[in-house]
Design a protein around this ligand. Structure first.
Ligand SMILES: *[C@@H]1O[C@H](CO)[C@@H](O)[C@H](O)[C@H]1NC(C)=O
Ligand SMILES: *[C@@H]1O[C@H](CO)[C@@H](O)[C@H](O)[C@H]1NC(C)=O
Ligand SMILES: *[C@@H]1O[C@H](CO)[C@@H](O)[C@H](O)[C@H]1NC(C)=O
Ligand SMILES: *[C@@H]1O[C@H](CO)[C@@H](O)[C@H](O)[C@H]1NC(C)=O
Ligand SMILES: *[C@@H]1O[C@H](CO)[C@@H](O)[C@H](O)[C@H]1NC(C)=O
Ligand SMILES: *[C@@H]1O[C@H](CO)[C@@H](O)[C@H](O)[C@H]1NC(C)=O
Ligand SMILES: *[C@@H]1O[C@H](CO)[C@@H](O)[C@H](O)[C@H]1NC(C)=O
Ligand SMILES: *[C@@H]1O[C@H](CO)[C@@H](O)[C@H](O)[C@H]1NC(C)=O
Length: 552
């Protein structure tokens, strides 16, 4: 229980903030409802793009031959992100998430290299001069907003770095009193108090745990985050190590920020992850990531039923699945291409990510097939790829275009439940609004197999377009569909051909035939039973017929 006095102290910054927020120039404040329809490209600033070496003021000499194994700065900056926003927007992204912007440790090289990634926070209230100036960060924010895009910034509040865990020097930190840190202990991951109060890192590079129960820490953090968000017009926060801070710290922090917060809760347990949505707007969908890996990677366990079960568990347990951060790789997990060499596995998983998942997040370089495994090899420089227009780059563009079109035209596309229409060991079919998608883990080689689906919600003899191939198909009796894997294990996305008018997809140019009412009309005609069917073995059997004919 906090005393009245401590409430008064902690309310003071809020009172000041309320006053400051009366000035209208500061009122961007993107909410969860606004972020829900966004699509995010995740960037490690040091690795995304190189600035011109003649740029004045650079603290890192741009290194064209950047080797991630060297664990040192390669030279990317906020300005070099600005110079390459066309590449990002060319895939249809409507937001970027950049690595932490706060000042990092910049002393002699540690046994684990240098702080190029931004997670070795030192003075949280200062900017990292390696990434540019305050004006540069403002310029990035302005450039994004001019394109209608959002800026999400990664925030490290749980810890600061020290190389001396027994006798840390507190002078470089924003908090410099010993009682503003929890005493050293290694984390026991089976004990939540220990997860929250003991130290990440190890005894070589220790991540000193900030005492987020301390009132001075709370006020400084809340005041700092409010001013950071205002000064740089930040639209959302990605919260590093969110599960390593007591849960009830976050509502005050994110309330002060006044923008959407997405927390990193590392781990595969749906229930554990879902609990954090009581304190943060959103969490990264780590459990969903694990299940996508086990469902789609080749070779892999091919565990589609695990994915479907976890998805249904998520629908029960999360407050709002539509704002979860849906990803297939990131700076802490292996690149998809390192786990699975068959590109069809990625393309199928991406269809799930964009159409069944929450807010899609693509980690820079996934579109180029980068294939490093764990840290530091998954933090490759992007420039050696030449920012090529790859098949995956184009697929992401198609998926973003389709998702935006559905969001803008199909009623409640994002907030209605996704329905799993059926699943086998090799494929899963989902329905969402006027769209049916079928994903498979069969891989690229042709196979003599087909999958039949009924309960699609489409009518008999309905002309459909398969959005990824632009092939025209017609449904069989009661909307049934037959997918043929004779050309390999491709994903399929079906829409009524009429519903695609105005989408810009498959020749349906936005400005040529803007039949924007088409979707709501035809969507209303869907049999509601097919859309609201709860999952059960019996119903599954009733609505799904699978015909699998293998080559002998
Ligand atoms: C932290 O950064 C702020 C903002 O640049 C500065 O005013 C403050 O003196 C710094 N604190 C320390 C301990 O270096
Ligand atoms: C930590 O600081 C203490 C006291 O200054 C010193 O004796 C010790 O060698 C330091 N340890 C490391 C790892 O630098
Ligand atoms: C859990 O961790 C805390 C913090 O380290 C510790 O004080 C407590 O004794 C631990 N509880 C158990 C049951 O181990
Ligand atoms: C599939 O995943 C579920 C849930 O994690 C698990 O219980 C099951 O054993 C897995 N099956 C296979 C074949 O890996
Ligand atoms: C989504 O499905 C879950 C589980 O089946 C159910 O509890 C929830 O009410 C549904 N939500 C909506 C918006 O239909
Ligand atoms: C996975 O990454 C490691 C380290 O980056 C690399 O040596 C290995 O070749 C990669 N494997 C694949 C299949 O790409
Ligand atoms: C990428 O290639 C596709 C297919 O050739 C083309 O339609 C598209 O305009 C290209 N995109 C960019 C950004 O060059
Ligand atoms: C595909 O399988 C069917 C049914 O087993 C069989 O009749 C047909 O000959 C096979 N086709 C090929 C090309 O193997």
């Amino acid at each position: 229980m906090r005393s009245f006095a401590s409430y008064t102290t902690s309310l003071l910054p809020l009172v000041l903030l309320t006053f400051v927020s009366l000035f209208p120039t500061t009122a961007r404040a993107a909410t969860a409802a606004q972020w829900r329809s966004r699509s995010i490209y995740q960037i490690i600033t040091d690795r995304f793009a190189l600035p011109d070496p003649s740029t004045p003021g650079l603290l890192t000499v741009p290194n064209p031959n950047c080797n991630p194994g060297d664990q040192t700065w390669c030279g990317g900056t906020w300005q070099s992100i600005i110079a390459n926003l066309d590449y990002i927007q060319g895939m249809g992204f409507t937001a970027i998430w950049i690595s932490p912007v706060s000042e990092n440790y910049d002393g002699p090289r540690t046994p684990y290299g240098d702080a190029y990634h931004g997670y070795w926070s030192q003075n949280v209230t200062a900017l990292n001069p390696r990434m540019g100036s305050s004006d540069d960060l403002k310029a990035l924010s302005n450039a994004l907003h001019a394109r209608g895009m959002y800026l999400m910034v990664d925030i490290v509040a749980n810890n600061v770095i020290t190389l001396n865990y027994t006798n840390p020097d507190l002078t470089p930190f924003a908090f410099n009193s010993p009682d503003q840190y929890h005493p050293y202990c290694p984390i026991d991951f089976s004990n939540q108090t220990s997860v929250e109060q003991c130290w990440l890192g190890d005894t070589v590079v220790a991540l000193m745990d900030v005492n987020t129960e301390n009132q001075d820490v709370i006020s400084l953090y809340n005041t700092w985050i409010a001013s950071l968000v205002q000064e740089y017009q930040i639209d959302g926060l990605r919260i590093d190590a969110a599960k390593h801070v007591r849960k009830d710290f976050w509502p005050g922090f994110c309330g002060s920020a006044g923008v959407f917060c997405m927390g990193e809760v590392f781990g595969g347990d749906v229930g554990y992850n879902a609990e954090y949505q009581g304190y943060l707007d959103s969490v990264l969908d780590y459990p969903g990531y694990d299940y996508l890996v086990s469902a789609f990677t080749i070779p892999g366990p091919g565990n589609i039923s695990g994915l479907v079960d976890a998805f249904h568990q998520g629908q029960e347990l999360y407050k709002d699945m539509s704002v979860l951060g849906s990803f297939l790789e990131n700076q802490d997990n292996p690149r998809w291409a390192n786990l699975s060499v068959d590109p069809q596995s990625l393309w199928n998983a991406m269809v799930w990510q964009f159409l069944a998942g929450g807010i899609p997040i693509v980690y820079y370089g996934q579109e180029q097939g980068l294939r490093g495994n764990a840290d530091p090899y998954n933090r490759e420089p992007l420039w050696p790829t030449g920012y090529a227009n790859t098949t995956t780059y184009q697929l992401i563009g198609t998926l973003n275009t389709l998702r935006d079109f559905l969001i803008n035209n199909a009623p409640n596309f994002l907030t209605a439940n996704v329905t799993v229409l059926g699943a086998t060991n090799n494929e899963v079919a989902i329905g969402r609004g006027p769209m049916v998608a079928v994903m498979t883990n069969r891989g690229s080689p042709p196979v003599n197999a087909t999958m039949g689906i009924i309960g699609t919600g489409f009518g008999t003899g309905q002309p459909l377009t398969e959005v990824l191939s632009c092939q025209q198909v017609t449904t069989g009796s009661q909307g049934s569909l037959l997918i043929d894997y004779g050309k390999g294990g491709h994903a399929s996305i079906f829409m009524r051909t009429n519903d695609l008018h105005g989408s810009g997809l498959c020749g349906e140019y936005t400005n040529v035939n803007p039949d924007i009412n088409g979707l709501s009309t035809s969507n209303a005609a869907l049999p509601s039973v097919a859309r609201q069917a709860p999952w059960s073995a019996a119903l599954f059997a009733a609505i799904l017929v699978v015909v699998l004919a293998y080559a002998s």
